[in-house]
Design a protein around this ligand. Structure first.
Ligand code: ASP
Length: 321
């Protein structure tokens, strides 16, 4: 049986067949999302609470749309106005919400491990929407769906993940997923932006874009995560763009049909040249956003099925089995 988990906390806990189950179900939601009527009842009667302790544009709106399209009642907690500001601990906030019987809790938190901790205290399904520099599982899953649709497979590809690897949960989750699916992963960036122990990760490491992009099928660019930096990691943004920013000259080292990805938010002229980001023949950045809604629908649908099963209620699979 695939995808038996109670929570979605990280790619770390998923098997190859779990990943395939999410991607296959998400495909049907891509179709649904392109229709005029985008509703199904997979989460009908269920309550979804979104708790974002860190800023978000794409992830929060896409989880909200995903829940609404699945028929859930969705509550967005405005964390900047919450009791957290009055000193309430994360666990007390979680217990308070737990008492209101939510079914799905979507959590983003600046501290690595905070979402796992919260999941131990509540009775509902918890989805990690990004915790510190630890994991961002739905981002890696939506990237995998985008790659699979573009390349026709999610194995045996060479994927260059470039830029600020050290501070990126997106890089970490993608590394785990792409490794599990038997791809060749190359981390490309300055040594100052590589995580400690990078040599033990089982991936190739490269500090030169030309070598790093050589024959890549996928070029995944990352934002410089200044909010997680507490010192000078690069000489200047101008110098960084010159050496590591993706432009046409560097992209020419990848395969002629290589796709360009970026999780957003994007800093044009820092990690990526605006013309590359907007090139509809190479960039799949908007497709990533579209896949985000479908993947989040699939993850919440699968978790809701497990929850119903666990609670011993009759399973109603709806139209999207
Ligand atoms: N949106 C992604 C994240 O939340 C990437 C980024 O912020 O650069 O991790």
């Amino acid at each position: 049986m695939t995808f038996q988990a109670r929570h979605l906390l990280g790619i770390e806990h998923l098997s190859q067949s779990d990943i395939r189950a999410v991607l296959d179900l998400a495909e049907s939601y891509v179709d649904l999302n392109r229709r005029t009527v985008k509703k199904t009842d997979a989460l009908a009667g269920m309550t979804q609470i979104n708790m974002f302790f860190e800023n978000s544009t794409r992830t929060q709106s896409s989880f909200e749309l995903a829940g609404k399209r699945l028929g859930a009642d969705v509550l967005n907690m405005a964390m900047q106005n919450s009791s957290v500001k009055k000193g309430e601990t994360l666990i007390d906030t979680a217990l308070t919400l737990n008492a209101m019987h939510p079914d799905l809790l979507v959590v983003r938190h600046p501290n690595s491990g905070a979402v796992d901790l919260l999941a131990q205290k509540v009775e509902c399904a918890v989805l990690n929407a990004g915790d510190g520099r630890h994991e961002h599982p739905t981002q890696a899953l939506l990237d995998a769906l985008t790659i699979r649709r573009e390349k026709g497979r999610i194995q045996r590809l060479t994927v260059a993940i470039c830029g600020d690897i050290a501070h990126s949960r997106v890089a970490r989750s993608n590394m785990l997923l792409l490794g599990k699916m038997e791809n060749r992963v190359r981390l490309v960036g300055p040594p100052t932006l590589m995580p400690p122990g990078v040599d033990q990760l089982g991936v190739e490491v490269c500090d030169d874009m030309r070598t790093g992009l050589q024959d890549a099928d996928v070029v995944m660019m990352l934002r410089l995560q200044k909010e997680r930096m507490d010192g000078g990691f690069i000489p200047s943004e101008r110098e960084y763009f010159h050496r590591y920013g993706l432009d046409a000259e560097k992209l020419a080292f990848a395969k002629p049909d290589a796709i360009v990805m970026h999780p957003g938010p994007m800093n044009r002229g820092v990690e990526i040249d605006g013309t590359i980001a907007d090139d509809i023949n190479r960039s799949v950045i908007q497709e990533q956003v579209e896949m985000g809604v479908a993947v989040r629908m699939a993850c919440m649908d699968l978790l809701a099925r497990n929850l119903r099963r666990e609670r011993g209620r009759a399973l109603s699979d709806g139209d999207y089995v």
